[in-house]
Design a protein around this ligand. Structure first.
Ligand SMILES: Cc1cc2nc3c(=O)[nH]c(=O)nc-3n(C[C@H](O)[C@H](O)[C@H](O)COP(=O)(O)O)c2cc1C
Length: 381
């Protein structure tokens, strides 16, 4: 199959990955209402076509947190992305560099920060969750500084994990011991290309940044158990002062849907926020990002760099998020699918598709540069 779109990459990923991994990426929490809403609400936004405005010199570049980038997008943090393709995060960081955009490494990546730094030739972004062990947080932040990570994305919408039914059905969650391992092994054996690429050639299968806390355990269940025990639901805005004081570079709070929370982020001295519902993977039933974004931009757009993610499946969706007021857009499943389907080349191609779609959309909405994109390119708004 020739991939011409992000939904095509989703289909290729479905064919290549064992079921437990595809469903882990594709799924959302509970009845997946918010997951569907993210996509549907973006699709529903009608663009205002304008013609004959000489937009022959399009400029898609922008600047986020002091760094020039070729497109107004970044790769979102995706936990365990390294299981989608051999040493997956290393392939993805190289693809992001080729496209001239930032890559974000998740706290819970498969490849460690040091391995990704070796694969990279430029600074990348690091994403952190609030972990009970503040000493470990300090260690991770220290390492991020030493490895020259340029921006910290601090995710706040996972004090507890949302329940994902698909993970129970696939055996990724709730199937402890040998029985679960056998189910997953069987699913892996049914996908020989993946089994060879990741299962055999992708070794060692460590748990990246948290491996040192797992005392030699490498099982997927050990990892999820660690997450359940160590994610901190007692976190409050006061704890963000700790993060702000430990991290001197640009700090971006990810996972906000409410203007009041966005004001708190501005008050603690954050540089930016990501309007996000974790891709519909946490509290099902909350607003889509596209719905939540405009009031947040109205409340804090002059104080903070507002980014957004959730449901972006084309360059048109990127344009829609920018028109709603985002200064940049994070791509989540879009790159996870492309990586699973074709590795680094897949992510590079997916980003080319985004760029090409943005060029058409900018030409036909009559905007020549990213800075010109605002709500005036939307119909009926
Ligand atoms: C498989 C998967 C793993 C994710 N892991 C993380 C993570 O480790 N840290 C984080 O902040 N967000 C994580 N997210 C959320 C993404 O960063 C992003 O907010 C979301 O995917 C955006 O929605 P989209 O996938 O519809 O584009 C994950 C999302 C997916 C699909």
């Amino acid at each position: 199959m020739i991939a011409a779109s992000i939904p095509d990459y989703r289909e290729l990923a479905r064919r290549r990955l064992p079921r437990f991994l595809f469903d882990y990426i594709d799924g959302g929490s509970y009845a997946e209402v918010t997951l569907r809403r993210n996509i549907a609400d973006l699709e529903d936004i009608a663009l205002r076509q304008r013609v004959l405005r000489d937009v022959s010199n399009l400029d898609l570049s922008t600047e986020l947190f002091g760094q020039k980038q070729a497109l107004p997008v970044a790769l979102a943090p995706i936990g365990l992305a390294g299981m989608n393709a051999r040493r997956g995060e290393c392939q993805a960081v190289r693809a992001a560099e080729t496209a001239g955009i930032p890559f974000t490494l998740s706290t819970v990546s498969a490849c460690s920060m040091a391995e990704v730094a070796k694969a990279a030739s430029r600074p990348f972004w690091f994403q952190l969750y609030m972990i009970r062990d503040r000493g470990f947080i300090r260690e991770l932040l220290q390492e991020a500084v030493e490895l020259k990570c340029s921006t910290l994305i601090f995710t706040v919408d996972m004090p507890v994990p949302g329940s994902r039914y698909r993970d129970y059905h696939s055996g990724l969650a709730g199937a402890p011991g040998l029985k679960g391992a056998m189910r997953r092994a069987l699913q892996g054996a049914m996908k020989p290309d993946w089994a060879w690429d990741v299962g055999v050639m992708g070794r060692p299968h460590g748990l990246g940044n948290v491996a040192r806390k797992l005392q030699g355990k490498t099982g997927i269940e050990d990892f999820f158990a660690w997450m359940r025990e160590n994610f901190d639901s007692s976190i409050s805005w006061a704890d963000l002062d700790f993060i702000r004081s430990e991290w001197k570079g640009p700090l971006v709070i990810k996972g906000l849907l409410d203007p009041e929370d966005a004001k708190e982020a501005a008050a603690i001295g954050a540089d930016g926020i990501v309007v996000s519902n974790h891709g519909g993977r946490q509290l099902d039933g909350v607003l889509s990002s596209a719905q939540a974004l405009p009031p947040i931009v109205d409340a804090v757009g002059d104080k903070l760099t507002v980014l957004a993610d959730g449901g972006v499946r084309s360059g048109l969706d990127v344009l829609r998020m920018l028109a709603l007021g985002a200064k940049g857009v994070l791509l989540g499943r879009a790159w996870a699918f492309a990586l699973a389907a074709r590795g680094q080349a897949g992510v590079e191609h997916m980003l080319k598709l985004i760029e090409a779609e943005m060029r058409v959309a900018m030409t036909l909405t009559g905007v020549g540069s990213i800075g010109e994109i605002d709500r005036s390119i939307l119909a009926n708004r």
